[in-house]
Ligand binder design. Structure first.
Ligand SMILES: [Zn+2]
Length: 458
C-alpha cells in the first residue's frame, strides 16, 4: 500500500473538554475549562489537530496536507464528550488481589494483620494477573495513566507493556540500610534505570522509598543522592496518619516534611502521597520545593486517617493531584468517583461550597496529574503535540441530562461505566465498551485462583 506507515485517526462531531489552570493560579472562575465542539486528529501516537471542524477543512497546509489522505479510522463522537485520559497519581495496582480482604482496620493494623501476610505470599505471576485486572478496571473508567509503587515490579511493567496503558512505576522499598534495605534500594534503582522509557516510552520511573516512618534518615539520604545522580523523581507516602507525625516528631524532633527536607529528598521532583496531616510550614516547604501531593480521599476515609486540607494546600500553590491508593483501602480504582469525592469533601470540611470547583477537580485528574508525574507537555490536555491519551464519555443517559454543563456532568454526575472508548498513545484500548488489549475474564480467573491459593496457605 505505497509504503505508508503512519496511522491517521479522526474523532469528529464531539464536545472536547480541556481544563485550564486551577482557581488558585487563575484568580477568576472564568475560562476554567476550554469547551469546544469539533474534531480531533491523531497521527500515530500524537494529537496533530484539536479544534473546530471548519478549521481543519480551511487550513490547506495543516499537517502536511494530511486532510487529503484517507483516515484509517473515523469515530463519530455524536452524543459524547472527549476528555484527556484520567491520571491516577497514587496506587498499588496489584493490591487488587486484597480487595475486600482487609476492611475496617486502622492503617498500622491493616498493614500488619491483613496486608503483609498476603503480600508475603504473592508471586510475580500473582502480581502480573492482579495488575491486569486493575488495569482493565482503570481503562474501563477512563484512566490512561497510573503512578505505581509496589514489588515484583517487572511483572507490573510486563502488564503495562502488554495492555498499552501508560504508567509511572516505582519499586517500593523501606529500611535502614543494613537490614536488607540496601539491597532493596539497589533493586529499586536497577528497576528504575532499566525500565525508564520502557514500553515505547509509555513507562517512566521514579524511586519509591515507602515513607519517613519506614525508612531511616540515613537511608533516605542515600536515596536522595541516588535520585540526584540519576535524575529520578521520588514517590513517597508522607504524613498519612496523625500517628506517623507524632512518632517522627518524637524520634527526630521534626515533622515528616521537615525530615524529608533535612535529608535532601527534594533535590529532584517529589510526589508526596496523602499529606493528610500537614501544618502551614510543611505546606510552605512543599510549595517552595515544587512538590505535588497525591490526595487519596477514599483511602484516607476508609482507614480513618483523616481528610487532607487540600483547599489550604492549593491556596499555598501546591499542585494537588488525585489517587485511588490500592484496592485494599478504597476499594476501587475509579478516578471519576475519586474526583467527585475530592470535590465534595473539600467543601464539607471547609464549610465553603466554592472550594474545589468542578473545573479544578477535573484539572487535578488530567493536567495537574501530568505535572505531578513529570509528564507535562506529554499528556493531560487535548492539544497538538500531546500524546493521544483520551477518553470518550456517552452523555445520552438520564443521569447525564440535560447536557447544558458538561464539566459539571463529568465531575458530579458521571460514573465509570459511562466511559465508552479509551485511547493511550494513539492506540485504542477500549472501543464501544470492549477492551481491545486485555482478556479480562482470563485475568479475573487467574486472580481468583491466586487468592484462593494464598488464603489456603495462611
Ligand atoms: Zn499508598
Amino acid at each position: 500500500m505505497g509504503g505508508r506507515t503512519e496511522m491517521l485517526t479522526k474523532i469528529e462531531n464531539v464536545w472536547v473538554l480541556n481544563p485550564r489552570a486551577p482557581l488558585s493560579l487563575r484568580q477568576s472562575q472564568s475560562h476554567a475549562v476550554d469547551v469546544f465542539y469539533g474534531c480531533v486528529i491523531i497521527k500515530d501516537d500524537t494529537i496533530i489537530y484539536a479544534g473546530k471542524p471548519e478549521g481543519w477543512n480551511d487550513d490547506g497546509g495543516l499537517a502536511g496536507g494530511a486532510q487529503d489522505r484517507q483516515f484509517d479510522t473515523i469515530v463519530d463522537g455524536k452524543g459524547k464528550v472527549l476528555i484527556p485520559g484520567l491520571i491516577n497519581c497514587h496506587t498499588h495496582v496489584p493490591m487488587v488481589m486484597l480487595r475486600g480482604l482487609a476492611d475496617d482496620l486502622e492503617l498500622h493494623n491493616w498493614l500488619e494483620q491483613a496486608v503483609f501476610p498476603i503480600e508475603d505470599r504473592m508471586t510475580p505471576e500473582d502480581v502480573y494477573w492482579a495488575s491486569k485486572v486493575g488495569i482493565a478496571e482503570m481503562i474501563r473508567g477512563g484512566t490512561t495513566c497510573f503512578s505505581e509503587m509496589y514489588f515484583h515490579m517487572d511483572a507490573v511493567a510486563q502488564a503495562v507493556e502488554e495492555t498499552g496503558i501508560r504508567a509511572v512505576l516505582s519499586r517500593g522499598f523501606a529500611g535502614s540500610g543494613d537490614d536488607g534495605g540496601a539491597a532493596k534500594l539497589a533493586d529499586g534503582l536497577d528497576f528504575a534505570l532499566r525500565q525508564r522509557n520502557g514500553a515505547g516510552g509509555r513507562i517512566t520511573t521514579m524511586l519509591g522509598p515507602h515513607a519517613p516512618y519506614t525508612c531511616s534518615p540515613d537511608f533516605l539520604r542515600e536515596v536522595a543522592a541516588l535520585a540526584a545522580e540519576h535524575q529520578l523523581p521520588i514517590h513517597i507516602h508522607v504524613a498519612e496518619t496523625a500517628r506517623e507525625v507524632s512518632e517522627i516528631r518524637e524520634q527526630y524532633g521534626r515533622t515528616p516534611v521537615e525530615l524529608l527536607e533535612d535529608v535532601g529528598l527534594f533535590g529532584t521532583r517529589l510526589l508526596a502521597a496523602h499529606g493528610v496531616h500537614l501544618n502551614d510550614r510543611d505546606m510552605e516547604i512543599l510549595a517552595a520545593r515544587g512538590a505535588a501531593v497525591a490526595h487519596c480521599p477514599a483511602s484516607n476515609l476508609k482507614l480513618a486517617s483523616g481528610i487532607a486540607p487540600i483547599g489550604r494546600m492549593a491556596a499555598k500553590g501546591i499542585n494537588v493531584c488525585l489517587g485511588t491508593d490500592g484496592a485494599a483501602s478504597n476499594n476501587n480504582l475509579d478516578m471519576i468517583s475519586e474526583m467527585r469525592l475530592a470535590a465534595l469533601l473539600a467543601k464539607g470540611i471547609s464549610g465553603d461550597p466554592t472550594a474545589m470547583p468542578a473545573a479544578d477537580a477535573m484539572h487535578a485528574v488530567v493536567a495537574g496529574g501530568a505535572q505531578a508525574l513529570a509528564l507535562e507537555g506529554v499528556v493531560g490536555s487535548i492539544s497538538p503535540g500531546m500524546k493521544a491519551d483520551l477518553a470518550l464519555i456517552d452523555y445520552q443517559k438520564p443521569h447525564l441530562t440535560p447536557d447544558a454543563n458538561l464539566v459539571s456532568l463529568l465531575v458530579y454526575s458521571c460514573r465509570a461505566d459511562d466511559v465508552t472508548d479509551v485511547m493511550v498513545n494513539g492506540q485504542w484500548l477500549m472501543r464501544d465498551g470492549l477492551l481491545q488489549t486485555i482478556d479480562e475474564y482470563e485475568a479475573m480467573e487467574h486472580c481468583n485462583k491466586s487468592i484462593r491459593r494464598i488464603k489456603g496457605s495462611l
